[in-house]
Design a protein around this ligand. Structure first.
Ligand SMILES: Cc1cc2nc3c(=O)[nH]c(=O)nc-3n(C[C@H](O)[C@H](O)[C@H](O)COP(=O)(O)OP(=O)(O)OC[C@H]3O[C@@H](n4cnc5c(N)ncnc54)[C@H](O)[C@@H]3O)c2cc1C
Length: 483
């Protein structure tokens, strides 16, 4: 029998920082679905927010709450901002190299809706890749790839471990404490910037088990994404580009955003996303571009090497050439409801951190680059809680559910595509009551088909998003509903 003290589901920033903080004396296993770098953390570009100093904390809190449309849990925001001083210092002390100027001072950038530059970055625009590599090296516990969780073993209000396929074979892993760090829900949407591993399976298990999800209607769309690629993951053009002066223009080169919001490119992401969506709708899909031709070429290449390289391979020469953009799904604000220590109400031994969690920290809209910070801050708190609590080992019950097919080879692909299309068209940037009801019916219908368990889990999560959107009758933050 495989039994651990702590099992961590997910090897992104939240899972790895939790692992980094668990002592060697604990028997810990970190698992991930695919290769470890297939996660949203790896693809993060712009950077990680950190309060600059004690004096900046009130302003960071204010910016986060204003971006969140005052729907935030204030306690969570205060914890996030206050703890950032400690966690950023810890990461740097352990050897993480953020970008610095020639005198060795940390470089801070500014993104939309921040009052000041307070975002640290690494490798120019490759912050996620650098932080992920750093944490992979720092993690001293066992890490197992190709391990896909398809059930949480819960009985009488206690979690005992998981059922997972390990290299495609069903397997059981037991643990005293299980930390969910499985990220968001990107694969539910036709156009999304997320890693293919981020597909809402664990949220779907929670729906089935009656574990509460919160704020699921709050899904953030990023305005500047290159969607003209055949791959599921669409290419993000970091918000830092707009923060540092790039323009959003129409075919004629006009900056049309000022017709929607006086802040133009620097308005919040939901406002810019909706403006582009509406503009395209009004002008029959006229192309919209991100234009950075005003940037100095050498500086652009040094500041945004990742984007320069990726788009060069697609035939673009930056910064001279503008690039067509569209909004796309980006970040799940809602998630599995947790308290300030990652605990899930009513289930002993089960925790949730990172993008999978909903602490209420982001309110109705996430302030740019607060999520890498959320990953580290709440991972640390969950670990502190686990290390501080009384250990309470119990006899493991027998778990012998028959799950049927995990995948249904013939049917899943087509229904998965249909779901992604329905979510994009009916549960996307602009929603209507009729469109949401149509989505609800389609999802209900798909659940009655011959499909595999993983798709069923995705459908559970999709239902939770649609139901939450139907419950919220007025627009708030990222949830925008017409009529
Ligand atoms: C393109 C892009 C750019 C971004 N830029 C920024 C930025 O500049 N700043 C910022 O703060 N945020 C940014 N974000 C958001 C941020 O990257 C994420 O919110 C954050 O990295 C999430 O970390 P996480 O550890 O919660 O999850 P992830 O990093 O997504 O990791 C999820 C892990 O869970 C595993 N997993 C999932 N399901 C299962 C399962 N069923 N069984 C086993 N394992 C499973 C996956 O394999 C993976 O290891 C960006 C996101 C994207 C997509």
């Amino acid at each position: 029998m495989r039994k651990y003290d702590v099992l961590i589901i997910g090897a992104g920033i939240a899972g790895l920082y939790a692992a980094m903080n668990l002592p060697r004396s604990k028997k810990v296993l970190v698992i991930c679905k695919d290769v470890p770098w297939e996660c949203n953390t790896f693809y993060a570009q712009g950077g990680m927010v950190t309060a600059l100093d004690k004096d900046d904390i009130p302003l960071h809190i204010q910016d986060t709450i204003e971006a969140g449309a005052f729907h935030n849990n204030r306690e969570a925001v205060e914890i996030l901002s206050r703890t950032s001083l400690e966690t950023t210092a810890d990461i740097i002390a352990k050897g993480m190299e953020f970008d610095r100027d020639e005198e060795g001072r940390l470089l801070y950038t500014k993104e939309a809706a921040h009052s000041v530059g307070r975002i640290v970055h690494a490798g120019g625009d490759a912050t996620g890749r650098y932080m992920h590599y750093f944490m992979m090296v720092q993690n001293k516990h066992e890490l197992q790839r190709n391990t896909l969780v398809y059930d949480l073993l819960i009985e009488n209000g206690r979690c005992y471990g998981v059922k997972a396929t390990v290299n495609y074979r069903p397997s059981t892993i037991y643990a005293d404490d299980v930390i969910i760090a499985s990220g968001g829900v990107g694969s539910l949407y036709q156009y999304n910037t997320n890693s293919r591993t981020v597909s809402a399976d664990i949220h779907g298990i929670c729906v089935k088990k009656g574990i509460e999800l919160a704020d699921m209607e709050m899904m953030q769309f990023h305005p500047t994404v290159f969607v003209k690629t055949p791959y599921a993951r669409k290419l993000l053009l970091t918000e830092a580009l707009r923060g540092e002066g790039a323009h959003i223009v129409n075919e004629k080169g006009e900056r049309f955003l000022f017709g929607y919001d006086e802040r133009g490119e620097l308005a919040g992401r939901d406002i810019v996303s909706r403006a582009i969506f509406n503009y395209k709708r009004q002008y029959k899909n006229e192309e919209v571009y991100l234009d950075f031709s005003m940037f100095d070429e050498a500086r652009f290449h040094q500041r945004f090497p990742n984007i320069t390289r990726t788009f060069a391979s697609l035939g673009y020469r930056f910064p001279q050439q503008r690039v067509p953009i569209s909004p796309a799904f980006h970040y799940a604000i809602g998630g599995i409801r947790s308290d300030m220590n990652g605990c899930i109400d009513g289930i002993e031994g089960l925790y949730v951190i990172g993008e999978a969690a909903s602490t209420g920290v982001h309110g109705a809209n996430r302030l740019a680059s607060n999520s890498l910070l959320e990953g580290v801050v709440f991972a640390k708190r969950a670990v502190d809680f686990i290390m501080g609590k009384e250990q309470n080992t119990r006899q493991i019950p027998l778990f012998d559910e028959d799950y049927g097919n995990i995948l249904h080879k013939d049917n899943d692909a087509a229904y998965k595509d249909r779901l992604r299309q329905v979510m994009w068209e009916n549960v996307g940037i602009i929603r209507t009551k009729n469109g949401l009801h149509e989505a609800k019916n389609m999802i209900y219908d798909m659940k009655s088909k011959q499909i595999g368990r993983l798709l069923r889990l995705r459908l559970n999560t999709a239902s939770a998003i649609v139901d939450a959107a139907l419950r919220r009758k007025i627009s708030l933050g990222t949830h925008y509903i017409e009529n």
